[in-house]
Design a protein around this ligand. Sequence first.
Ligand SMILES: *Cc1c(COP(=O)(O)O)cnc(C)c1O
Length: 526
Amino acid sequence: MSDLLDRAAHAGANRYLDTRGNITDAVTFTEAVIDGLASGGGLFVPEQIPQLTLDEIIGLADVPYPVRAATIYKAFNIDLPDDQINALMHASYGRNFDTPEICPIHHLDEGISMLELWHGPTSAFKDMALQCLPNFFGASAAKLKGEGKLDKDFCILVATSGDTGKAALEGFKGVDGVCVGVLYPDGGVSDIQRKQMITTTGNNVHVWAMRGNFDDCQTMVKRIFADDAFADQLAQEGYALSSANSINWGRLLPQIVYYVSGYACMVRSGALQAGDELDVCVPTGNFGNILAAWYAKQMGTPLGTLMCASNENRVLTDFINTGTYDISSRAFVLTPSPSMDILVSSNLERQLFELTGRNGNAISQWMADLNDKRAFQVDRDTFARIRATFLSDSITNAECLRTIKEVFEAQDYLMDPHTAVAYATAQNLKGENPVLVASTAHWAKFGGNVYRALHDMEPGEALPQDIAALTGCQLNQRIADETGKHDIPAGLADLDAMEARFTEVLDADEPRTESAVADFIRTQKS
Ligand SMILES: *Cc1c(COP(=O)(O)O)cnc(C)c1O
């Protein structure tokens, strides 16, 4: 691995193109992280995808996780010094996770293994990226300030349906030059998710409930981002808004790491022969997590089929099976796996850019079709390339809950509903190769549906009165007692005892929300 680490100074750092061919000058990693979205609406993609040899990949199993992550970042030749990358990775993947393995693998029957991506502070897989991106965001902003290319601090504004908000709060808390504000729908998140957010410690964080649903929160954030007068007002305070959402390349790169690392660990544990193919199955929403697996495969990791698991919002399954992405008459369905309840899968754009041989014109046309006609169809060659790598299946709400119970009873392993969708998909699609399933949340984040599953209830059925009266923590304790699964992470188990710091409820009123954001930013400067 040493030649990989001995790269030249980053004078020739990797640069980033955009998926719609609109930008004329490719940008560096730090610029792509700070900008998030390319001008013209495209997404940033690295010019060079580095190649690792099989020995380099397997060798990653011999070094700690932060060193693996640093190795991948250096291979991508990002424009930060090696020793800074090392330090940032040790800060990203250390004691903030509940195991030094960071994302351990749990082997189940029939050649299916679970890559547990939920050992971070918020018990869901978004920590894998959001414990890392904020450190690189802070370092990128500092670098660009030093070069005279940036003169502002940032307020990260996030609308959340539950998981992302808490992961962003935990990730950005304490990062210099950045503060983070989260809007969640009042009454629209679970007791656990609400308490996770409103008990967040730290001085550079704020949380508001908003009257309305998740869509209202998201619309509010978009309107605030589009308000030039408000941007000017914040600029006078020395601040700019940013979103750090899942289309930021700085959230994708950390996800590539665990697929390369996962392959290495499968070989080290003897579950796989070096060089043999490993299939991967990913519960998919915005397509970020499965796209990271595709990049890991491109880098030389011997991954075989990439299985895209959908819930009843099966737009991606239909796309992979037909080549047509169509939301023109598709209803949005509520499922037990809410983080996959998505109709427009934003990172698919990057995948299509790569599969068309980086044809920005084709992508621009398809994205225009999606906007105008609510549908687009890819050409035959692109469809053939999709079929050569991807398989997909969708799992009904009832199948999801049944899977949780079956796997618990047969194999004494308790899964959250998102993971169950992927597990059921892997069972349906599995061929000769072993399958690594991305396990994306701890079961205790979704106790209500785990309870329904274990008690043979219907999806969406009202919980019995005595159960419905419990707090999220009490319900989890009840499930732990029934199942013997007492591994509830401390961050979830202690929530009832923690101080609620943020109790304000805002109307979905733009001036009032903007002044709440501005007030919060002013507290940052004193
Ligand atoms: C966000 C999320 C997903 C979906 O991941 P994408 O990268 O959006 O495809 C799956 N499971 C859980 C628990 C999540 O929070």
